[in-house]
Each structure stands twice: as structure tokens, then as C-alpha cells.
Design a protein around this ligand. Structure first.
Ligand code: PXP
Length: 243
């Protein structure tokens, strides 16, 4: 079983291009659920470049599938997340100048800070996932601080081709096996598309896939409902192929 988490941030990106009220990411979350999304994800960035506090507030009231808040470890955002009480949080690195999340979190170099946040979330019954590269040291650090899940960063795989793509897929496959041995739930995401998701599902069989850009890009032409349904179909078929 690989669940599909749909990230609707880019509906907010389009709205914020004009700083107006449409298109509404809250509406997008509803449509994604109608298309079969198993989770809804948003990333509340410090600069609020796409998702705003109002979106988080309304989605917490309206989204009926598990809600995943992607977030940095900045105090302001941690406090908002504790207050919003999503089903899960995914802790990611965040830089103001980046176009999108670049690479996994370096858990090792700030292990006490990450541990402290994980403990706060778990005390409130919020599951914690940490976005990391498929690196055994980083995955071990997630185990050490008792995180529930890791989301393996698939961006390098997604941006590569030929032999490099094969070797990135191998790294992800080894990382996933290592994570499961450590009793971590293994998720995957970033840069996944209708074309490259199958290999990830077949080789890694992640518990959850987190996909945003490609689904929202397709939705411009087909609507979100159909775009999500199509991604779910591909995932379903790939699960059967991998048997
Ligand atoms: N997972 C994480 C941790 C992310 O930061 C993002 C981007 O917000 C995604 C998944 C989705 O990536 P994409 O938009 O490339 O599908």
C-alpha cells in the first residue's frame, strides 16, 4: 500500500502571483480529496510565499483525510504547528532564497534541536516525519531521536537520467531497506511525476508518496480531481507490477 499525499502549495503560488483570493488552495484540497488523495499536505513557509495562515486555519476545519504540515524548525512555525495540531508534520530544511526544498534535513548536525521538536510534537500526539537524503547516517539520526517516519528525498533521482538515475534509485532502495530495519516508516517525495513515480513505487514501496508540482501542473489542464485520480491509478498499477 502506498498512500498519496497531495501537496497543494502551488495553487497558493498562483494566487500569490497576484496577491488575490483565487485560486484557493482550500478549494484545491477539497478537489484533491474527491480525486482520492489519501493525505493533504501544505508547507507553511516563513515567507508565506504560497500558503498563508488563513489556508492552514481553514484546511484544519475542512480537510477530512489526514493532514500533513511541512515545516521548518523555526520557533514561530513550530508554535503554529503545535497549535494547529495536524495528524503529522514533516520537518524540512528551509532557505529563503530557494525555489523549493533543496535536499534533506541535516539531522546529525542539529540532533538536539530536532529531538526537542520531535518530543514536543509526540507529546501532543502528532506524528513526525523527517525529510532526509537516503543517507544511512541521517536515517540513523532519525531513529536515535525517535521520529516516527522518514521521507526520503527523491529530488536527485528525479533530476537525473541514465546511469545516474539508476544509481540514485539504488541509493533510495538501500535507504528504504535501512530505514525499515530501524523500525521507521519510510515515505518518499520531491520531484515525482507521472513518468518517474513507477520506479519509486516498484523498488521502494513507500508507505506514503508526497507529490505536489506535477499534480498541480497537470491539473491546469484536467482539473485537480482527474489529476489526482490519474496519479493514484499509476501508483496502484505500479504496486501490482512490483509484486
Ligand atoms: N516532500 C517534501 C518534503 C517537499 O518539501 C515537497 C515540496 O514542497 C514535496 C514532497 C513535493 O515536491 P514536488 O512539488 O516536487 O512534488
Amino acid at each position: 500500500m502506498s498512500l498519496l499525499g497531495v501537496n497543494v502549495d502551488h495553487v497558493g503560488t498562483l494566487r500569490q502571483a497576484r496577491k488575490t483570493y483565487e485560486p484557493d488552495p482550500v478549494w484545491a484540497a477539497m478537489e484533491a480529496q474527491l480525486g482520492g488523495a489519501d493525505l493533504i499536505t501544505i508547507h507553511l513557509r516563513q515567507d508565506r510565499r504560497h500558503i498563508c495562515d488563513r489556508d492552514l486555519r481553514l484546511m484544519r476545519q475542512t480537510v477530512s483525510v489526514p493532514f500533513n504540515l511541512e515545516m521548518s524548525l523555526e520557533d514561530e512555525i513550530v508554535n503554529i504547528a503545535l497549535d494547529a495540531h495536524p495528524a503529522m508534520v514533516t520537518i524540512v530544511p528551509e532557505k529563503r532564497e530557494e525555489l523549493t526544498t533543496e535536499g534533506g534535513l541535516d539531522v546529525k548536525s542539529q540532533i538536539d534541536r530536532v529531538r526537542h521538536a520531535v518530543e514536543k510534537f509526540q507529546d501532543r500526539g502528532i506524528k513526525t516525519s523527517i525529510f532526509v537524503d537516503p543517507d544511512t547516517d541521517q536515517i540513523s539520526a532519525c531513529r536515535e531521536i525517535n521520529a516516527d517516519m522518514v521521507e526520503l528525498h527523491t529530488g536527485t533521482y528525479a533530476n537525473s537520467s541514465g546511469d545516474q538515475c539508476e544509481s540514485e534509485l539504488e541509493k533510495l532502495t538501500r535507504g528504504a531497506a535501512f530505514g525499515r530495519k530501524q523500525d521507521l516508516t519510510v515515505n518518499a517525495g520531491h520531484g515525482l511525476t507521472y513518468n518517474n513515480v513507477s520506479a519509486i513505487v516498484e523498488s521502494i514501496r513507500p508507505h506514503e508518496l508526497h507529490i505536489g508540482h506535477s499534480i498541480i501542473a497537470r491539473a491546469v489542464f484536467t482539473g485537480i480531481n482527474d489529476a489526482v485520480r490519474e496519479m493514484k491509478n499509476i501508483i496502484q498499477k505500479s504496486l501490482l507490477n512490483g509484486l
